[in-house]
Write a protein that binds this ligand. Sequence first.
Ligand code: GLN
Length: 451
Amino acid sequence: AHLARIEAVDEKVHAFLHVDREGALAQAREVDARRAAGEELGPLAGVPLALKDIFTTKGVPTTCGSRILEGWLPPYDATVTRKLRAAGIVVLGKSNMDEFAMGSSTENSAYGPTGNPWDLTRIPGGSGGGSAAALASFQAPLAIGTDTGGSIRQPAAVTGTVGVKPTYGGVSRYGMIAFSSSLDQGGPCARTVLDTALLHEAIAGHDPLDSTSIDAPVPPVVEAARNGSVAGLRVGVVKQLSGEGYQDGVMQRFGEAVELLRELGAEVTEVDCPSFTKALAAYYLIAPSECSSNLARFDGLRYGLRTGDDGSRSAEEVTSLTRAAGFGAEVKRRIMLGTYALSSGYYDAYYGSAQKVRTLISRDFEAAFGRVDVLVSPTAPTTAFPIGERVDDPVAMYLADLCTIPANLAGNAAMSLPCGLAPEDGLPVGLQIIAPAMADDRLYRVGAAVE
Ligand code: GLN
């Protein structure tokens, strides 16, 4: 049924870069066979999913939204891919994304943008716009995203779906193509809080193949999602994540969500996180710095595209021509920013300062979580903007992640879930909930109560 739905609507939405029809049907049959053989399968066995094209899938195209990986067939599965298969979850295909997960609108995909199912002329968020659009257009009931600065939560917000960035280290990064390794975190996306929790449980857990994976039990997310409650919970409204630049309708729906929390018995206070105002600036030094190192592996020799290798050129020239042809404008911009910020003489002024700000942000969180159990804010300052509106203005694009970036810098867990439609444009608004590291279950307890 989902393959038929994809066939019917994806020409318009463009949520998928690759639909693995045969692979999906084979997996579904395998689930039937396992069940027939008496195997105890998990609650999501046989349920289809859209997998962000940043995760390697053995023998199935994986482009990361880039020309430089066009035609590449990974020789191995990411840990997330492997866990999905083990749970019997059927991978329908690979979802569209901004190239190397750099963007907030999916317009940086080398294969063309994705439309927001609420209004196809608007962006579905990014970088995981394909995953979110697949959910919102009912092409898949489950999806996987990655969140370096907001790429699970902001697409969830603007498409009226649910997305969770787990605690950093909660879901393995093995086989998840690296953008900014100290920030990147894979996570679950779905249309309800409980579906998201079930998927979270299926993909989370310690992985010896990822050195930053946390060796501790997965927080009880499913139990929390089944027992939504905020009675007696201390909720902090982040003072710095509102005000100027926030759309009126976003603030209105957010205010109503806070009111609902109060009515349901939460103790709501305002919380001051002064360093959050510098989070965006720090992120745009740290993320490009790490990307400039991580993307060095795309040299035209090891993977995918190779340009100009006619026997007359040196390896260096071939690498240079391949990168010029294979990387898009935003990726080049970030590599240049990053190599500059890391270069000798500038390192302390830029990268070093950004790391200090990162520590201050972690301290703001620590102080806040000494007083409250969870923090809340809007997920994004605006609803979905029109495709094309911000493509020539990278700074305007970067502002879409104003509210989501602090949790990445500190490694906390965070969720976005729908909190109504903005009255001025009828488009979805997201409520962000942030919890301390390894308290991912709190997101689900609160989310299930207000959903
Ligand atoms: N929009 C942010 C960026 O462009 C976040 C991306 C992400 O979370 N992958 O870097």
